[in-house]
Design a protein around this ligand. Sequence first.
Ligand code: TMP
Length: 220
Amino acid sequence: MSARNSKMKKGFFISFEGGEGTGKSTQVRLLANKLTERGSLVHITREPGGTELSEKIRNILKTSSNVDPITEMLLMFAARREHFIKSIYPLLKQGYVIICDRFYDSSLVYQGILKNIPIEQIMQLKEITLKSFEPDFTVILDLPPSIAKERIQHRQLYLDDYDMMSENEYNIIRNGFRKISEAFPFRCKIINASGDEKKVSSRVYKAVKRFIPEIEGRPL
Ligand code: TMP
């Protein structure tokens, strides 16, 4: 059951996925601006994060080194459950378009494909924390790792464990998200993230309208 078909809500949930340096936060902001201009009520959020407790968990994860993969997975899903129950679910019921920088596909790729936790175990946690909830649409931003790494090194003074991954790991993550789009073709679209941010944004917008035609001009 997709979130769109669920009776629980009137809004839409769009997630952005992709490796580090692919421009997710910029594209989240640009899409939010476009949808707001067209009259939608938009809420931007991110994972891990999105509530007070989930942001504390994010901070722990971002400032710790060598976290055990299972501990990391449990913390990601603890943050996600809190985010879903306290923020995502109530806002969807109110009719918001929620745009989320990463969601559970990131757990499938980082904890599953990159760190070798069995996918079934991750899906069990997904079932416990989110039940059958799925994004209405998932944008997967795709960029060659060499370009992504360069962007990150220019952008930040302080690089955490997540930013310091090798080019090989970046490749595993990129291919991982490609596998996600094959596994969930009804809600995922890979978008070429190279080039000018405005060009990428119009690719994203076109895809959003194709997957959720009702998103534009609907009275909220
Ligand atoms: P970012 O949101 O600033 O990109 O950083 C979050 C980091 O956490 C990023 O490297 C991806 C990672 N992550 C996971 O490993 N699993 C998850 O479920 C999520 C949401 C993020």
